[in-house]
Design a binder for this molecule. Structure first.
Ligand code: NZQ
Ligand code: ZN
Length: 387
């Protein structure tokens, strides 16, 4: 097994009524709190009132930054940084999905940086400090609640870029599955595709002797698959929402990758696509991931065979590894299609007119793909196959 360092300081507060911990968690920080949220779902489902009630009980000074959009934008991050600097904000509380949490992380970094926060993100610069932040998660998908990553879009340049720093790990994340019962069907499904994609990105690695890690990934994938259709039939079922929320966090909090570095090609290409077209992250992954898999299959069919047999119970007798692997990819694709996600980029009105631009964005940090190395030509072929 390979060497690794695992560091994750997030206090994970999970389950019904977890919000009752909020005041205790905030007590060690100062009184000026920036509350960050999205386009209004927390007002419609009552969470906003609940949070404000708790903050008011503590007589803290609450400043608000609302209107964070999916695929969050740099402009709103700038706005948040300005509030933090002007009002001497002590703590940022993000209430929402990945977009809200990612914005809060970027604001936390920018608030302690003398230059433009985009310099940090676009140039991958390290930092030495950030404002502390905490989260109340409302959508199971990205794992941002328990990782050190963020993804921000600069609409001036059409760049959607991820950035990581241990200083933006949330101090705590309150994960009450009850808050996810109001997530609409399409976002629920995008979240399922996203968390499965995170597991798969890490599953496709070149390490050896990874049976235990692989088994964690496989059982997590199987649990998500088994739970998905039940959840879509009963969207308010707490237990199904809880399984999904737990799986979404596990999928990208470091647990599944110990010692191995995943591929991440589908994510890199998806970010390039949604940076230009503002398409939903999970929707893009549902299209691109199976195409990448078919593309990479012949290079290492044994890995695809393992996934097919262990997760999708593909019958292997008398078939080549490549045939078995291909049946596994088809099973994944059929599963995602059964949830109602698109399978072609044309679904989002994307045609061949801006493919070169997408490839440029994908290649912005040079060649990538740790499991199956990519270059411009291959990225273009995957995109053309996805139209
Ligand atoms: O804005 P509001 O009104 O809150 O509505 C949101 C939004 O429209 C809605 N929603 C969230 N919770 C809800 C709810 N609606 C009803 N009830 C609730 N309880 O859902 C919509 C989508 O929200 P968003 O936060 O954009 O979704 P998600 O959590 O999927 O985040 C996607 C973003 O995260 C990035 C993606 O690229 C994308 O920008 N990612 C972040 C990662 C990370 N930080 O580790 C990793 C991922 O791979 C991903 O790239
Ligand atoms: Zn993702």
């Amino acid at each position: 097994m390979n060497r690794f360092i695992q560091y994750n300081p997030v206090k994970w507060i999970f389950g019904k009524g977890s919000i009752n911990r909020l005041q205790a968690e905030l007590a060690v920080y100062g009184k000026n709190i920036l509350l960050v949220y999205g386009g209004g779902s927390i007002k419609r489902n009552g969470l906003y009132e609940e949070v404000l009630g708790k903050l008011n009980d503590d007589q803290v000074n609450v400043y608000e930054l609302s209107g964070i959009e999916p695929n969050p934008r740099l402009a709103v991050v700038h706005k948040g940084v300005e509030i933090c600097k002007k009002e001497n904000i002590d703590f940022i509380l993000a209430v929402g999905g990945g977009s809200v949490i990612d914005s809060a992380k970027a604001i936390a970094a920018g608030a302690k940086y003398s230059g433009d926060v985009w310099e940090l993100i676009s140039q991958g610069k390290p930092i030495t400090e950030a404002l502390p932040l905490g989260t109340i998660l409302t959508l199971a998908a990205t794992g941002s609640e328990m990782n050190a990553g963020l993804v921000i879009t600069n609409t001036d340049t059409n760049e959607k870029i991820d950035w990581h720093s241990q200083y933006v790990f949330p101090k705590f994340s309150i994960c009450d599955p009850t808050y996810t019962t109001t997530v609409p069907r399409d976002q629920t499904v995008f979240g399922i595709v996203d968390m499965m994609s995170h597991i798969l990105e890490q599953y496709f690695h070149n390490g050896e002797d990874s049976n235990l890690q692989d088994s964690f990934s496989e059982i997590t994938l199987k649990t998500i698959i088994e739970t998905a259709s039940k959840l879509l039939e009963e969207p308010e079922n707490y237990d199904y929402r809880a399984k999904m929320m737990y799986a979404g966090t596990i999928a990208l909090n470091g647990t599944l990758q110990s010692g191995y570095r995943g591929d991440w090609t589908a994510h890199i290409i998806e970010h390039a696509v949604s940076g230009i077209y503002h398409t939903p992250h999970g929707g893009g992954l549902a299209i691109l991931f199976p195409i990448w898999m078919k593309y990479a299959l012949a290079s290492q069919p044994a890995r695809f065979k393992q996934l097919a047999v262990r997760v999708f119970s593909v019958e292997s007798t008398g078939k080549s590894d490549e045939q078995i692997g291909n049946e596994g990819i088809q099973a994944l694709q059929q599963f995602w299609e059964s949830l109602g996600v698109p399978s072609r980029l044309s679904h989002y009105g994307i045609d061949s007119s801006r493919l070169e631009e997408i490839v440029d964005r994908a290649m912005i940090r040079g060649e990538f793909g740790r499991f199956y190395p990519m270059n411009r030509k291959k990225v273009m072929e995957i995109l053309q196959a996805a139209l």
